[in-house]
Design a protein around this ligand. Structure first.
Ligand code: CU
Length: 438
């Protein structure tokens, strides 16, 4: 992987930032590690930087006779994808995705699951090595958990990495309604490279048809909403880091599509998947990584100052609800159409002749169906961002305190480091405009 000299210097300095970041980890203390120990600054260390689940949280636990106990409650919830769009979804402990379970390799965990849904459920611990009877498959390894019942799963964590949990009973419906979460297991002996910020993003798709309030579980391909942790841009929190910090983004995919996740500004290293962390010699440098259905991927990079987009590269996956059976209006002269149609539909706007650029501005004036987000959203410092769905911003600043996750606002570009408009184009550019006749 190629790193600039500046990046190498920043990376070399990153170790010094670790102790302060680890102080945030209340859980690091809970595991008998003092975050300030000299070992914390070395590449191999114990304790861990807690996961930051964008728009979400980590599930609380309690220690009972040396067992780490968690409690998940499967239930119907009212979920907001972004202001202006709510739906009846199913999730855990009040949210979709459910809260992230965090534990450490070697922990014995006991997880209570209470079913408050109207139908039976189970939880499958996706990617976790455990006794067959703890695998959570309705009918195969246990009877399904009936409404009103509480069951317990208990096993020792024999691995570390980015894993998931989700139902394995009426999966089509329960996944479509949002039942899923992360199960992150931190390594017992520390990370190969110390991690300063550890983000988690679960990918999903929803058939929440315009004007409706409940996702349609029967849809296989034509989805309306594409989400990071069940939110669409700009309701997705930015990822924040200080220049030089080592950042990990854990991506999980329990949607029905594969998603090429693309990051601007850096070449990240892919350092693991749902089969666990990979040996360092298998790490590879990428700017786009396909996270397949049912997979997880760990992406790591050294933060470089700026505002950097991170998004799915399927361009329809950065859009919200849209019709897929529209006639193609690009290049079609619609003169007179708007005036005539407005006699019938006063709000009608002819659009699409020159592309969809105006759509975000038009959507502000034209009311769409109730409970339906515009196709493109998001305002940046320079205008409409024209994105929705699976898009967020990595905001890296030189002066952030370690462990400060607050949105620092928009990036202030150093002088001379921003693209600029040219008033008089040089002759070579004019000569190439050719057949357009201007
Ligand atoms: Cu995608």
């Amino acid at each position: 992987m190629s790193l600039s000299r500046r990046e190498w210097l920043l990376r070399a300095g990153a170790g010094a930032l670790v102790p302060a970041a680890a102080t945030l980890a209340g859980s690091a203390v809970a595991h008998g590690q003092t975050p300030e120990t000299p070992a914390a600054a070395a590449p191999k260390r114990s304790g861990y930087t807690p996961v930051r689940t964008l728009n979400g949280r980590t599930l609380e636990h309690r220690m009972v006779d040396g067992v780490k106990e968690f409690h998940l409650v499967a239930e119907e919830i009212e979920h907001e994808f972004a202001p202006g769009c709510v739906a009846k979804c199913w999730g855990y402990n009040g949210s979709t995705p459910g809260p992230t379970i965090e534990a450490v390799e070697g922990d014995r965990v006991r997880i209570f699951v209470t079913n408050k849904l109207p139908e039976p459920t189970t939880i499958h611990w996706h990617g976790i090595l455990l006794p067959s009877g703890m695998d959570g498959i309705a009918g195969l390894t246990q009877p399904a958990i009936a409404p009103g019942e509480t069951w317990a799963y208990e096993f020792v964590l024999r691995q570390h990495g980015t894993h998931l949990y989700h139902p394995h009973a009426d999966e089509m419906t329960q996944l479509a309604f949002g039942m899923m979460g992360f199960f992150v297991i931190h390594p017992k002996n520390g990370e190969i490279e110390a991690i300063d910020r550890d983000y988690a993003i679960l990918l999903h798709n929803w058939a929440l048809h315009p004007g409706t309030y409940r996702p349609d579980p029967a849809i296989m391909t034509e989805f309306d909403l594409w989400t990071f942790n069940s939110k669409v841009f700009p309701a997705i929190e930015p990822m924040v880091a200080r220049s030089g910090e080592r950042v990990r983004v854990r991506i999980g995919n329990l949607s029905m599509w594969n998603h090429p996740i693309h990051m601007h500004g850096v070449q990240f290293e892919v350092t693991g998947g749902d089969g666990g962390r990979w040996p360092e010699r298998q790490w590879r440098s990428e700017v786009t990584e396909i996270v397949g259905v049912g997979q997880t991927r760990d992406l790591e990079f050294v933060a470089v100052p700026g505002d950097w987009a991170m998004h799915c590269h399927m361009s329809h996956h950065t859009m919200n609800a849209m019709g897929h059976n529209l006639p193609n209006a690009v290049g079609v002269d619609q003169a007179g159409v708007e005036e005539r149609l407005r006699r019938l539909l006063p709000d009608y706007m002819a659009m699409g002749r020159d592309g969809m650029h105006g759509h975000q501005a038009h959507a502000r004036m034209m009311r769409g169906p109730v409970n339906t987000l515009p196709m493109m959203m998001g305002k940046g410092p320079f205008g409409d961002i024209e994105m929705g769905g699976m898009f967020t911003v990595i905001k890296v600043r030189d002066d952030l305190a370690a462990g400060d996750y607050r949105d620092p606002g928009w990036y202030r570009h150093p002088p001379g480091e921003r693209a600029r408009r040219i008033v008089a184009a040089p002759p070579a550019a004019k000569a190439r405009s050719g057949s357009h006749g201007d």
